[in-house]
Design a protein around this ligand. Sequence first.
Ligand SMILES: [Mg+2]
Length: 392
Amino acid sequence: MKIDRVETIVCHARMRNWIFVKVVTDQPGLYGWGEATLEWHTRSVVGAIEDVAVLLIGQDPRRIEYLWQMMWRQHFWHATGIVRSTAISALDIALWDILGKYHGVPCHQLWGGPVRDYIRLYCHLGGGNLEQFYETPVANAQLFGELAQRAVADGFSAFKSMAVPPSMPLEGLKPVRAAEACVAAMRDAVGEDIDVMVDCHARPSPAMGLQFAHALEPYGLYFLEEPCWPENIASLAAINAAVATPIATGERLTYSAAFRDLFAARGCEVCQLDLTHCGGFTEARRIAALADAYRIALAPHNPQGPVSTAASLEFGFAQPSYIICETVHADVPWRNDVVEEGFTVDLARRLVSPNVRPGLGIEINETEARKHPFEQEVPQRVWYQDGSVGDW
Ligand SMILES: [Mg+2]
């Protein structure tokens, strides 16, 4: 069996261009799907896939580890950078999809079989709607409460919010009190049985991140995400040590040694590896093994498209330390036209039952996907009040 060709389909989904990758073998009807969505880097990722694919053509797709080593090592530049790591992640995911189809079993069966009966999903406020999640102003705490109630009405027992505003390296109490008011409004709106998460989006400096973490501590967050830049491992560790609230990070890390350094410093309690950026299933399984050694939970980053979701779920059914999966469902109204999924979601509770189809269990409707060709993503740019540049 040989890999015949690699195709990419770019599908513009408003906030992001979904990059679907199809690895096609020389066996009739046997191919695998991957996803390489990377907001604002679409053209470079598509080019990187083309660059890396030359290593795979003519190779046996079942030799996944061997091919992963080639992709990582044989172009001299290791895939530590986000563009190449995203490209090889998508190709790796597609290879595992092929292997599952070849053996006639879901991917999670290849890794030892299901370790749980279901996976819990969490949503963004607004279900992935760009304005409601990213642009609800922290001055409007009441709206945070209303959107939280809507998430619960949609069946979710957990949701994430952007309740921490951009702040300069040092600001006074105003942004801290604004974040606190938003989180208080959400907690009031949904009670204590619902899990509330806050994503700081690495906006704060370590000093501000610590202030936000202390201020939000009384509200019992399920986790507090990226309270400072991911490059500041020592600061993440300091914040994680200073509060009982579990700190989450990892979505921007691209290889196992970076996670090793994060875990060794105890920089988080929740590892948000992204299957489509961290090196695919092959590297994610190594990262998960490292996380297990530190008893750190796994909750994958997954605001992307439907192949990423299927991959995040297949991974979760085979990983004991996996706690919850991020999803968006209201980013574009035609999401379900583009994909047919092998797993089932209990919409009343947003719990996922395992996929029973081979591989990832999904089929991408290429005709539907091609109805939404590439468009420049909507920019999300931040400046502080004095005109200096901030983090989105
Ligand atoms: Mg995040």
